[in-house]
Design a protein around this ligand. Sequence first.
Ligand SMILES: *Cc1c(COP(=O)(O)O)cnc(C)c1O
Length: 222
Amino acid sequence: MSSSSDIAVARQSVLDRMAAAAREAGRDPGDVTLVAVSKQQPDERIDAMLAAGQRVFGENRVQEARVRWADRRAGVELRLIGPLQTNKAREALALFDVIETVDRESLARTLADEIQRAGAAPRLYVQVNTGEEVQKAGVRPHLADAFIAACRAKDLIIDGLMCIPPELEPPERHFALLAKIAQRNGLAKLSMGMSADYEAAIAFGATSVRVGSARFGGRLPR
Ligand SMILES: *Cc1c(COP(=O)(O)O)cnc(C)c1O
């Protein structure tokens, strides 16, 4: 999968499966956004994706995203889906429309300061480490309510939650947990589901799915 027509076909196939999954769950297909994960993809695939009509992209590194999108940024919505270092918060706010990985006090504090300084209005999601994996970013589930409250106390507007379930577990329990935490905190947006499980995520209420390899083909090594 690499020619631009292959990419357009793969994209449409994902969109069709997303719509079917939404209808099956009694949801409006228009309520689920496809985020194309463009990390580690060669430029020609990005351009093919743009030509196919894709406008929402996810990146997991600030630096890589800045280089890739320098000449392509117009009309595109960019989402940060990888961990954010506090010292890159300013740069991330300048580049991204959505930051999905707010997960600790020091970052929330820095974002609040930088948002005020720059007059920025990013959409923010809190990342929840639903599997409580030591190597993974995200606030632990039992601390999520308190963390969301702490963000709000800093005048951060939190739109939703994001999770990356453990690779080797069925994801459904994690999707359900994320939806439950969102519901009790009055959060409308749920970023969950990747290439292997986006249909299941939609059944559990995902409002955006982050799909990389299923649309683009394999990634380049870093
Ligand atoms: C890479 C990545 C994805 C996409 O993964 P695929 O399995 O290629 O669809 C989704 N979310 C995050 C946070 C990622 O880093």
